[in-house]
Design a protein around this ligand. Structure first.
Ligand code: ISL
Ligand code: CA
Length: 547
C-alpha cells in the first residue's frame, strides 16, 4: 500500500474551549487551560486537536460569530497563548486544526460596520437588498435558527442576509475580494502552525440566486444556495491557491448533503475538501430535523452507516460534537447500561472506515445535561425553537421534553475532570452549568479504574492505530435487526467481525473467531451477546465463518 496521509492515521479530539478547562476562575474555559491538559490528551492517544472558535467574538453564537479572524478573544487568552499551544502540542506530536467560519462574520466585524454605509467599498462584502416594493423582506427564505434570513438595517434602509442569527451576516461570495480575504485568513493560520481546518457550513457559501424558495417547513430557499457549482469553484480555488501549498487537511461541515452531493465535495480527484461531516447517521431516530423523535432501530442506523461507508472513499467518523446531544444519551442507555453502551458506541466508531473524531467528554461517557427548565439554557437555537413551537401551540411540557433531548447545550456543560467543586473545571462559576453526575463520572475516577469508559477509549484508539484492517479494510454489513448490527472489515487475509447489541436483552448471533476486544470480560465467543455487548472477532482466511 502507498503511504497514507497522516490525517487518515490519527484520531481527532474536538475541544469546545469555553467548556474544557478554565485557568483563571472566570468560569470560561481558555487556552492556558487547554495547555494544562495536553498531557492527558496525549495519554489518550489522539494525534490531532480541533479547536472550536477562539477568535475575537461578541459571542452571539459562542464564537461562531467572528469579529476578528486574526486575533484571539481575550476570554480565551492572547495570541501568545495560542502560539504556546501550537508549540506545546507539537512537543507531544499533536497537530491542531482551526475552526474556519467564513460563511458569515459577526455584525460587529469591521467589514460589516463599514458595509452599512452604502458608499463604502465594503458594501459588497455582504448581501444587501431593498425590501419588496410593497414592503417586507426581499424574499421568503427562512434560516437555520428559524425566522426570516433578512434583517432591515435602519441606517441604509436595506436588508442584509443572514442564514443564521441576525448577528451573523453572510458574506457575499460573488465578490472576489471576499474570496481573497478568505485565502488570507487560511494563510495566516497555516503560517502560524495550523495543520488544517474544520470548515463551518462550508457548502452554503455561494448563493446562486435570491429568488423565493419552495414551500418547506425549515430553511426555505436552501435550493438556491446548497452545494452550488459556484461553491465548488470556491473550494477548488482555496485548495489550489492555498491549501495545496501546506501539509494540511480540511474537513467540511456540510449541511443537508446526501451521498452524491458529498462525493462532489470530498472525493480526492475533485480536489475540494478531504472529508465531510454529514448528519444522516445521527438522525435515524428523528422526524423533523433534530427535534421530533422517533424510535431507534439498529437496522436503520446500519443502513445509513453502510450507505456512507460504501459511498465515500474516506469518512469523517463522529458521534458527538458541540451541536449534538451526548451519544450515550442518544443511541445508548445513560442509566443502568451507561458504561456498557458508551463502550459499545466507541467500538462502533473505531471499527468503521475513516478518521475518528472524539468530542470532549465523549471518552468519559458524559451524558446529556440534567437541567430542568429553559432558563438554565444558553443556546440561541434552543431558545428560537422553543419560541417557534410555542407559536405552533405545542404545549410547554412537550416543548421542554423535546428540547431537553436535543438541545445543543447537552454537549456544552463543563468538562468533568474530578469530583472537586465544579468538577475541577473552574474555581469560579461555570458559564453554563455542570452536570450533577460529575461526582461519579469524571476523568480522575475513570483514570483510576481500568474498566472505565476512558480506558476503553484508549484501548480502541490503540487498537485502530495498530490495525491496517481497521484503518483501511473494506466494510460490509452482514446482519441486522431492530436491536443488533453485525458488520465486517476485511483486509488481505484478515477479517474482523463486529457484533453490537443495542439493547438490554441477551441476543443470539452466530459468528466465530478469536475475541480481539469486547466491552465485557469475555475471552471467547459462543454465539450469544449480553445486554449492550460489543464484541470484535478476528478471523484469518484459513478459518470458516458459520452463520
Ligand atoms: O446545530 C444544528 C442542528 O441543530 C445545525 O443546524 C447547525 O446550525 C449547523 O450544523 C451549522 O453548525 C455550525 O454553524 C453554526 C453554529 O451555530 C454551529 O455551532 C456550527 O457547528 C453557525 O456558525
Ligand atoms: Ca477563563
Amino acid at each position: 500500500m502507498q503511504p497514507q496521509p497522516w490525517w487518515k492515521e490519527r484520531v481527532v479530539y474536538q475541544i469546545y474551549p469555553r467548556s474544557f478547562q478554565d485557568s483563571n476562575g472566570d468560569g470560561i474555559g481558555d487556552i492556558p487551560g487547554i495547555i494544562s491538559r495536553l498531557d492527558k490528551l496525549q495519554a489518550l492517544g489522539i494525534g490531532i486537536l480541533w479547536l472550536s472558535p477562539v477568535y475575537r467574538s461578541p459571542d452571539a453564537d459562542n464564537g461562531y460569530d467572528i469579529s476578528d479572524y486574526r486575533d484571539i478573544d481575550p476570554r480565551y487568552g492572547a495570541m501568545a497563548d495560542m502560539e504556546r499551544l501550537f508549540v506545546e502540542a507539537k512537543k507531544r506530536d499533536i497537530r491542531i486544526i482551526m475552526d474556519l467560519v467564513i460563511n458569515h462574520t459577526s455584525d460587529e466585524h469591521e467589514w460589516f460596520q463599514q458595509s452599512r454605509d452604502k458608499n463604502s467599498p465594503y458594501r459588497d462584502y455582504y448581501i444587501w437588498r431593498p425590501g419588496k416594493p410593497g414592503g417586507g423582506p426581499p424574499n421568503n427564505w427562512t434560516g437555520f435558527f428559524m425566522g426570516s434570513v433578512w434583517t432591515l438595517d435602519e441606517r441604509s434602509g436595506e436588508y442584509y442576509l443572514h442564514l443564521f442569527d441576525q448577528k451573523q451576516p453572510d458574506l457575499n461570495y460573488h465578490n472576489l475580494k471576499v474570496i481573497e480575504e478568505a485565502e488570507g485568513i487560511l494563510r495566516f493560520w497555516l503560517d502560524k502552525g495550523a495543520a488544517g481546518f474544520r470548515c463551518d457550513v462550508i457548502n452554503v457559501l455561494y448563493k446562486t440566486s435570491l429568488a423565493d424558495g419552495k414551500r418547506s417547513v425549515a430553511v426555505r430557499g436552501i435550493e438556491h444556495y446548497k452545494s452550488q457549482e459556484g461553491n465548488h469553484a470556491i473550494l477548488r480555488r482555496l485548495r489550489q491557491n492555498v491549501l495545496d501549498r501546506y501539509d494540511c487537511f480540511t474537513v467540511g461541515e456540510t449541511v443537508m448533503v446526501d451521498v452524491p452531493e458529498a462525493r462532489l465535495l470530498c472525493e480526492p480527484e475533485r480536489r475540494e475538501l478531504d472529508m465531510v461531516f454529514y448528519f444522516e447517521h445521527l438522525e435515524v431516530d428523528r422526524r423533523v430535523a433534530r427535534y421530533v423523535p422517533k424510535k431507534f432501530k439498529a437496522k436503520n442506523l446500519l443502513r445509513v452507516l453502510a450507505k456512507w461507508q460504501k459511498g465515500l472513499s474516506w469518512n469523517a467518523l463522529y458521534l458527538e460534537n458541540h451541536d449534538q446531544p451526548r451519544i450515550v444519551s442518544h443511541y445508548g442507555d445513560d442509566g443502568a447500561y451507561r458504561e456498557m453502551s458508551a463502550k459499545l458506541l466507541a467500538t462502533m466508531e473505531f471499527t468503521l472506515r475513516g478518521t475518528p473524531f472524539v468530542y470532549q467528554g465523549q471518552e468519559l461517557g458524559m451524558t446529556n445535561f440534567d437541567f430542568t427548565e429553559l432558563s438554565q439554557l444558553n443556546d440561541v437555537e434552543s431558545r428560537n425553537i422553543d419560541a417557534l413551537m410555542k407559536r405552533l401551540h405545542i404545549p410547554a411540557r412537550l416543548r421542554w421534553k423535546w428540547i431537553a433531548k436535543a438541545s445543543r447545550d447537552n454537549a456544552r456543560t463543563s468538562m468533568q475532570w474530578s469530583d472537586a467543586p465544579e468538577a475541577g473545571f473552574t474555581t469560579g462559576k461555570p458559564w453554563l452549568g455542570l452536570n450533577g453526575n460529575y461526582k461519579s463520572i469524571n476523568y480522575q475516577a475513570e483514570e483510576a479504574d481500568e474498566h472505565s469508559v476512558l480506558h476503553y477509549y484508549r484501548r480502541m484508539i490503540a487498537l485502530r492505530a495498530g490495525s491496517e484492517t481497521l484503518k483501511y479494510g473494506a466494510f460490509s454489513p452482514l446482519k441486522t435487526n431492530r436491536r443488533v448490527m453485525v458488520y465486517e472489515r476485511t483486509w488481505k487475509d484478515e477479517r474482523y467481525v463486529v457484533l453490537l447489541n443495542f439493547s438490554a436483552r441477551m441476543t443470539k448471533a452466530a459468528y466465530t473467531g478469536e475475541v480481539v476486544v469486547a466491552n465485557t470480560e469475555r475471552t471467547a465467543y459462543g454465539g450469544r451477546l449480553e445486554p449492550w455487548e460489543a464484541v470484535v472477532l478476528r478471523q484469518t482466511k484459513a478459518e470458516e465463518t458459520k452463520e
